[in-house]
Design a protein around this ligand. Sequence first.
Ligand SMILES: Nc1ncnc2c1ncn2[C@@H]1O[C@H](COP(=O)(O)OP(=O)(O)OP(=O)(O)O)[C@@H](O)[C@H]1O
Ligand SMILES: [Mg+2]
Length: 337
Amino acid sequence: MSTGYGIDMGTGNLKIYSSADGSITNEKNTIAIVNKDQMYAYGDEAYMMYEKAPETIVVSFPIINGVIADFDNMQTMLFELLESKLKARIKGSDIVIAVPTDITEVEKKAFYDMFVKNKNKARSVLLCEKPLADALGMGLDITLPTGVMVVDVGADTTEISVISLGGLVLSTLLPYGGNKLDDSIVTYLKRRFNLLIGQKTAMSLKEEIGSAMGGLGKSMTIVGRDVVSGLPIEMSVDSDVVYDGMKDDLENISQNIRMLLERVPPELAKDIVASGIYLTGGSSRIRGFSDFITNVTNIRVNVCENGEESVARGLGAVLSDEKYRRFGYSMKSRIFS
Ligand SMILES: Nc1ncnc2c1ncn2[C@@H]1O[C@H](COP(=O)(O)OP(=O)(O)OP(=O)(O)O)[C@@H](O)[C@H]1O
Ligand SMILES: [Mg+2]
């Protein structure tokens, strides 16, 4: 039997499901290049170098806003991870790749070409709409005539979708997610305290003491640069400050969910009200985010456990469960034959 790999190329993290042992590998989707074209490091190791590398080493993220921005580096890193780290034999294996729904066919084709334009030919290469994989990864049976709303808040995208009878009724892809929250924390600390911090520090603040509700009462000591004196200083930051920095973005995401809800046909809306909204993606871990969304939409929110991996888990279901196989489709049968 051939091995199957389910690939979720996220803006922040690359997740790979392997059918050999049912495992999911999760690495930062980052590559470090030296001398303009040689790979120096990739994944978590390359991410450690981000914001710390000298000019000769360029650390970059090959996926931007959910689509491939740097094809060659994405391909280099993906095959390095598959073949060197996971010891995958691409030749003869089955591949399913998750793609955002609300992007162009040309952008989807780039994901497909990642494997098709390679000397080691896979046995089959299929694409799967990301919201469907998300729902399968959350254990939902999407083949039923029941409306399901899935919200995946990742690193650089937020995908809001409504599914029924195994198909997408509505889907919208917002070009921001957790990274935007980090940016907003950086901007807020600069404006309020004249303190300049790096993206990684902002991300730690968000993950360690961030919350979508005020009054958490936690604090964290960080180091930044005082904009006035130009010197590095240490400062204790309160969770309410992080909340103040993030709240406009959280409101924006929640309002977009509300706007999509307003377009849902009434019979499906009834189902969504009954079962609640399903929230996933790494940023679904923000404390109190589900309550924040409920306050805006008036609908209960179910938070997925291990949200970063729901897409990869769903791709696993497409690869291994005959019932869900049809959710993988070939690009060959579309306009680019
Ligand atoms: N405990 C946490 N609290 C808040 N945010 C978190 C937490 N853990 C992870 N995140 C955020 O989740 C995001 C990564 O999630 P995920 O892996 O789902 O994104 P992605 O799939 O790479 O991106 P995208 O789907 O947008 O292309 C990052 O922005 C990260 O900061
Ligand atoms: Mg994602």
